[in-house]
Write a protein that binds this ligand. Structure first.
Ligand code: FES
Length: 149
């Protein structure tokens, strides 16, 4: 009788261990999948752009986009020759805005949103202005930062 109890205990232990292992095999990858990974990105406050003013001037749209940490920015040359950098994601539904030098505005093609070169939303559905970046030119290098100029 004692031998039967011992065999039953062993089988219960084996079954319990198998159940735990199965649950672990299901739960661990599930939890890893739904948990967002830790961001490896540093908090960017200033960035040296990979292109020069002459590259922007050579662009047919007189503008270039750049990554600023997780954000997307656009740098452009206004009709007065000034370099301006703004957030490139439309404040309506995050489409990327583009420079329309023919109209003198930043334009969002998704829903015809329009911004002036100060980032002010002037028509269409965008609810807020675009964030401005400060632009500093040192020699040929262009730096953009979050601080207002
Ligand atoms: S996403 Fe830009 S106007 Fe709608």
């Amino acid at each position: 009788m004692a031998e039967q109890k011992s065999r039953r205990d062993f089988l219960n232990l084996l079954l319990g261990g198998g159940t735990l292992a199965t649950l672990g095999a299901i739960l661990y990858p599930t939890i890893k999948y739904i948990t967002p990974p830790a961001s490896g990105e540093a908090n960017v406050t200033q960035l040296k752009l990979a292109f020069k003013r002459s590259d922007i001037e050579a662009d047919p749209k007189k503008a270039k986009t750049f990554k600023f940490g997780r954000d997307l920015g656009i740098i452009l040359i206004t009709d007065t020759g000034e370099l301006r950098a703004l957030a490139a994601r439309c404040t309506h539904l995050d489409c990327t805005v583009q420079n329309r030098p023919d109209l003198g505005i930043l334009w969002c093609a998704c829903h015809n949103g329009r911004y002036d070169y100060s980032g002010r939303n002037i028509s269409g559905p965008p609810p807020r202005p675009l964030e401005q970046f400060a632009v500093n030119v040192v020699g040929e290098d262009i730096f953009v930062s979050r601080e207002k100029a």
